[in-house]
Design a binder for this molecule. Sequence first.
Ligand SMILES: Cc1ncc(COP(=O)(O)O)c(C=O)c1O
Length: 467
Amino acid sequence: MPEPDEDLAVGLAQAVEAIGAWQQTFGDFAVHPSVQVPDAHWRPAFEEYLAKLTAPGEQYPFFHPHYAGQMLKPPHPVATIGYLAAMLINPNNHALDGGPATAQMEKEVVADLATMFGLPTDGRVLGHLTSSGTIGNLEALWVARNEHPGKAIAVSRDAHYTHERMCAVLGMEAVLVDVDEHGRMDIDDLARVIDSHDIGTIVATIGTTGLGAIDPLAGIIALARDAGIRVHVDAAYGGFFTLIADDSDDGVPSEHFRAIAQADSVVVDPHKHGLQPYGCGAVLFADPSVGRHYRHDSPYTYFSSDELHLGEISLECSRAGAAAGALWLTTKVFPLTPDGLGRVLRPCIRAARRMHDRLQDSPSWQALQAPELDIVGYCTRTDSAEAMDADSARVFTALAHTDREEQWHLATYSMKRSDLDRRGIEVQGDADRVRILRSVLMKPEHEFVVDDLVDVLEASGPPTVEA
Ligand SMILES: Cc1ncc(COP(=O)(O)O)c(C=O)c1O
């Protein structure tokens, strides 16, 4: 697909035509006048809509490599075309009756995800797509609670906030485990938490949201097994990097990614690094027998097949069949292999490592730590907490508020001063928290622009010196 925009237009038109032709085969019918829209109503509404979406200051250019801020990028055109084609039919993957084709596609992609992680499948996988990582994690914690009623969850303090929140929803205690100087779960503190609390499940994060840190899963699993504790892996962000967990120069270290195969449950978000539009997470379980927790009766659905319907193994009822269709089509074009989707991820790793190296050589900027994935944290070289915070805010705003072609969009990240200290970045002052800058380099094109980004940072003025 050398010209994405052109191919997108052609693909979308082909999808509309193909689904229209299929509809025709069922015979003509009269569209009810109540849903017909006169051109005079449609045109201005559509124009207003497009104008709002693209109004100055209303929308960040997530598609552009100069957007190097948060975890945001548009889906690949293949996913957009795949989504639209299925959406015109609007299958509901709750039940096989809601969308036989996309339900089958969901089963296939879920099996592919399980294979990617090396989960024991034995031809049977318990898992499904979810509308988000949040819902996937909720389901995994709900199963964890049902497997170990009354027991607590151990989760690192740098894990996504959703875990503490969902523990509250589920009436479970969440015990926070400290992190080491890289933001990874501290194994010694985990051992202390296990000794002092009745822990039923440990949540390990493979790619923290803030800095992409990888919790030491291999050691966590060893500790958990000795104590009869479950392990849930939140790989919402980092899961697809399993494809390049080969210890190579532009891959990621294999040890903890390989250990995912021994986890009890895993969440991965195709709407993060799987090229999908929002509305596509996934949860997988190693032991299909935990499916019993989902058992329920539905008098309205499940009538066309004796096979297990996806709604029977999911907490959500209606789910977009289009999400499964889009992911299925995408994995045909970018298979879950090192040379398939893996080739899209390597440039992101190269970009992050390049940016880190440039920052380490910079007179005015420094990297927070060596990136484990494609997320880089950085700050000015100053020994004042207030100055560092002010520099981050100043550069964040200045780079975003200039001519469009010159703009750079970064993100700020609020850190405890003690977490900077641990990384050997000592700053003085009264502030307990300090903002640094953070760039999620999740588009392969970031590889081509990171040098420009560091040049722009260096040109943004020397670090503020406290009066
Ligand atoms: C590690 C991790 N877990 C969970 C989530 C929540 O996922 P979602 O935003 O898809 O609900 C995120 C989102 O950034 C994440 O990075």
